[in-house]
Design a binder for this molecule. Structure first.
Ligand SMILES: Cc1cc2nc3c(=O)[nH]c(=O)nc-3n(C[C@H](O)[C@H](O)[C@H](O)COP(=O)(O)OP(=O)(O)OC[C@H]3O[C@@H](n4cnc5c(N)ncnc54)[C@H](O)[C@@H]3O)c2cc1C
Ligand code: SF4
Ligand code: SF4
Length: 378
């Protein structure tokens, strides 16, 4: 958002994002006011009441309204958004890692690095709680504040539906003195980046957010249709884990207490949230630390990108405490990651410009002219 932008409220958000297929269901606009309600189980956002306000945090923080990449980059990462950042963003360090803790390794999605880092930050007194997504008994994502290792373990593992951490974050009272870590998908981390860049006197105090951990993300699945599919095919009370193994596997795996069932990925593709096709960020560029899988060659490991000083300090702490096992990321994996991120970005730019009807207009993504040129290169 540029400094000249006049803040707009919920009507505008409704007309420009929610009803136009751009909404990622990140949840950033929910719980800020009495006017919007989100039914994550149906994958819908409902306007409960019309809002007459001219200004609104809902519009300002939505990752699909104007996002001045330079402004948010400078605030979060201390540098402008340049051509060399468009693939995986600022990289202070990048490596493979996995947890040294047996309980975390067992419950973690890949190498359990996210849960381990949150636990290290809690032990060290950097944070009081982590704002996370956990799955309820029906395997629907719910927002959750984890305050100890046991609660962190309850949140370990992926839901492939949009995360629900804003459900918990947006209900934290303004005067709370809890120091927070946040875990989110790139669209959610972008909303947090905008909150920090344009802090409000209302709602959660962004100064309390000490750490933002971003997950890599290719797409998420629409909670309404996908969850119905799951419910029709599984006894969800028996499901313990979901996974999308890397190439050459081509499946969505559902683990129950006694079994594993693989569903062809093509069968799942119809449930991908169409809004993800406009997403330009695969690696959560506004996070302190971004974490993805180690891919097939390094199953059970995470790829970790350290972006900020706060992120680097926490990695040092976790290393000193012996909480992480670390090895270098092979050059070919880095090349592959950058290529994958670039392909996602370029596809999104094509979709956005088709929609706006102009190669000069990248919709929500506001960038300098020299960066725009690179975004348009084939
Ligand atoms: C929808 C989705 C798509 C992804 N796509 C890719 C990809 O294309 N490539 C890749 O390398 N990695 C991808 N990831 C990330 C990867 O699957 C792992 O989440 C990541 O490697 C962290 O693993 P871990 O073992 O450290 O996590 P854990 O230690 O198990 O911690 C998992 C953390 O993720 C949070 N979480 C779980 N579900 C969600 C959700 N839906 N939204 C937000 N937070 C959630 C939990 O609260 C917890 O904090 C994706 C993750 C998700 C949720
Ligand atoms: S993208 Fe997020 S903030 Fe924007 S309308 Fe959808 S849920 Fe709300
Ligand atoms: S692909 Fe982008 S928009 Fe879709 S869930 Fe992932 S981060 Fe959000």
């Amino acid at each position: 958002m540029t400094s000249e932008t006049v803040l707009k409220a919920s009507q505008r958000l409704y007309d420009e994002v929610i009803t136009t297929g751009l909404c990622t269901l990140c949840g950033a606009c929910i719980g800020l006011c009495p006017y919007f309600g989100m039914n994550l189980r149906r994958g819908t956002i409902r306007r409960i009441d019309p809002c007459e306000r001219d200004e609104g945090r809902c519009y300002q923080y939505c990752p699909r309204t104007d996002t001045d990449m330079d402004a948010v980059y400078r605030r979060i990462l201390g540098v402008p958004y340049d051509q060399d950042k468009i693939d995986i963003g600022v990289v202070r360090d990048i490596f493979l890692a996995k947890s040294s803790d047996a309980d975390i390794l067992k419950k973690g999605q890949d190498g359990g690095v996210v849960t381990t880092l949150l636990w290290a930050a809690m032990e060290e007194g950097i944070i009081d709680c982590a704002v996370e997504t956990k799955m309820d008994a029906d395997k629907s994502p719910v927002g959750f504040l984890a305050r100890n290792k046991e609660e962190l373990l309850q949140c370990a593992g992926n839901s492939y539906e949009p995360g629900a951490m804003f459900e918990a974050l947006n209900h934290i009272p303004r005067d709370s003195s809890d120091n927070l870590a946040i875990v989110g998908l790139p669209c959610q981390v972008a909303a947090i980046g905008k909150m920090k860049t344009y802090p409000s006197q209302n709602g959660v105090n962004v100064d309390n957010i000490k750490l933002v951990v971003g997950l890599f993300c290719g797409w998420s699945l629409s909670p309404g249709s996908f969850h119905t599919f799951l419910r029709e095919n599984f006894d969800l009370s028996q499901v313990v884990r979901f996974d999308i193994p890397h190439h050459p596997a081509h499946s969505f795996d559902v683990y129950t207490t006694s079994d594993k069932k693989s569903i062809e990925l093509d069968e799942i593709a119809e449930f991908i949230n169409p809004a993800c096709s406009y997403c330009c960020d695969m690696t959560a560029q506004f996070a302190d630390i971004s974490v993805g899988s180690g891919r097939a060659m390094f199953k059970g490991w995470n790829t970790v990108i350290v972006r900020t000083g706060a992120g680097a300090d926490l990695i040092e702490i976790a290393k000193k405490k012996g909480m992480l096992e670390i090895q270098p990321l092979p050059e070919e994996n880095l090349t592959h990651l950058k290529q994958a991120a670039l392909i996602k970005l370029k596809k999104a730019i094509r979709k956005i410009t088709e929609r706006t009807g102009s190669e000069q207009d990248f919709g929500y993504l506001k960038v300098r002219a020299e960066v725009a040129e690179v975004l348009l290169e084939e």
